[in-house]
Design a protein around this ligand. Structure first.
Ligand code: FAD
Length: 118
């Protein structure tokens, strides 16, 4: 998908999930993002009940930064998982030095995100 394409049209069209921003599989977040989109779209519609155009714009604005960050994480995973030679050596050294808890904490922004209000 073109990463910066429009996800909404003010006439009343909103794309969510893969239709808006299909991702590489390397972060395993395509379905998660589709669910988050649905929550964010519902919240935006509740927040702007009198203007569909404003609600759709709010939804798109609320989601774009996070979806971009998650897609970037997928691209990073793809790079590191398929690395070879010196890059793979450095990757393995870094992973060996890090504690599992701190590695897991690196993903708090991804798995601990509260979509909540737009
Ligand atoms: C092998 C694999 C593993 C995955 N693992 C994960 C994972 O671990 N975690 C994760 O978050 N994501 C994962 N994903 C990604 C995830 O499956 C997708 O990102 C997610 O299903 C997207 O949901 P969606 O509702 O946007 O699209 P879809 O699930 O593709 O739903 C679109 C629906 O629209 C229907 N449709 C299409 N055209 C029409 C039409 N003209 N009229 C009526 N209906 C139509 C389709 O039949 C389909 O049912 C994985 C994907 C694959 C392929």
């Amino acid at each position: 998908m073109p990463p910066d394409g429009a996800w909404t049209a003010k006439e009343g069209i909103a794309l969510i999930g893969d239709a808006a921003h299909a991702m590489s599989p390397y972060a395993a977040q395509g379905a998660a993002m589709a669910i988050e989109d649905a929550v964010a779209l519902a919240a935006a519609l509740a927040c702007e009940p009198t203007s569909l155009a404003a609600a759709l714009s709010l939804y798109e604005h609320a989601r774009r930064k996070r979806v971009k960050r998650v897609a970037a994480r997928g691209a990073f995973n793809r790079f590191t998982w398929h690395a070879s030679g010196p890059v793979a050596f450095v990757r393995d050294r870094v992973l060996a030095l890090r504690k599992p808890e701190t590695l897991a904490a690196d993903f708090d922004w991804l798995y601990g995100c509260d979509i909540g209000e737009p």
